[in-house]
Write a protein that binds this ligand. Structure first.
Ligand SMILES: [Zn+2]
Length: 287
């Protein structure tokens, strides 16, 4: 399953390859499960649009589209959620189209952006900004860019991070995975950051001290940045040809290391079920 660092790397890789290009035509597969917006709307919004930017929001890839007029109400965004097996490829025209291709955007330089998804948990949709005349007051004249449901773990301030967990009576592990609090933190990075912050996954979120939460935020950012950094070097492999298959695996300290000695103290790593997810921790290092 692509996690935040993989999605960030894919978004950056696709951005480098296609920003500034114009989409000339759109083909979609007609498989209803993949399309959260009607396929006719997707084709209509994308055709003729210039790709201003491709970025990551949570675990969603957001393609900002410029539709050629000075009126900023014509900006829309194409949202790509990779699901479990989704891949976003930038391919030269004429190369074989992989099985399970659900969308092809043909660019003005003849290359194609292809969305390929064998298991079809991925989703494609259009996000339209609220027209400015409907915005209530001018103070709130934001750009209406897609922001997703939760806060961005890489840029949230220490105080905002601490505030997220106030009054949260759930285990900290469950709170970290709660996408309406922080978006994009998956099981691996939750377990790894809790280990690095020396916090037990079952601890109640509201009972963590400011110092512990400060440590947790730093650990989370560190593991995410580390994975993004290492993933960046393999961009061309999977964006061009192999999807996310070749993506680097973080050197896990606890995740999937059940029964193996803790790398810091030698105690066997424990595995428990928490919030329906397998959870790995060191019973000695994490308190
Ligand atoms: Zn340990």
């Amino acid at each position: 399953v692509p996690e935040l660092p993989e999605v960030e790397t894919v978004a950056n890789g696709v951005h480098e390859r296609v920003h500034g290009r114009t989409i000339l035509s759109v083909w979609t597969s007609g498989k209803p499960q993949t399309f959260k917006s009607p396929e006719t709307e997707i084709a209509e919004v994308l055709t003729g649009a210039r790709i201003a930017q491709v970025r990551r929001v949570g675990k969603t890839i957001v393609m900002t589209l410029d539709r050629g007029q000075s009126n900023h109400a014509t900006q829309a965004e194409f949202l790509i959620h990779l699901g479990m097996t989704g891949r976003l490829l930038v391919s030269p025209h004429g190369t074989p189209v992989p099985l399970h291709t659900h969308a092809i955007l043909t660019l003005d330089d003849t290359r194609e952006i292809r969305f390929v998804d064998a298991r079809r948990f991925g989703r494609l949709s259009i996000h339209q900004p609220t027209p400015p005349q409907r915005a209530k007051d001018n103070e709130q004249r934001t750009t209406n860019n897609y922001t997703g449901p939760g806060r961005e773990p890489l840029t949230i301030s220490p105080n905002d991070f601490i505030a997220l967990f106030r009054n949260r009576r759930t285990p900290i592990k469950a709170a970290l995975l709660n996408q309406s609090l922080l978006h994009g933190v998956g099981n691996i990075y939750a377990d790894e950051s809790l280990f690095r912050a020396a916090i037990r996954p079952r601890r109640q979120a509201a009972r963590l001290t400011r110092a512990e939460l400060t440590r947790l935020r730093a650990a989370l950012i560190e593991v995410l940045h580390h994975a993004i950094h290492l993933g960046g070097s393999s961009v061309s492999d999977y964006v061009d040809a192999d999807g996310v298959r070749g993506f680097f695996q973080l050197q896990h300290k606890v995740y999937l290391r059940t029964g193996q000695p803790c790398l810091d103290c030698g105690t066997p790593i424990k595995k428990i079920a928490l919030a329906g997810r397998s959870t790995h921790f060191c019973p000695k290092c994490q308190r």
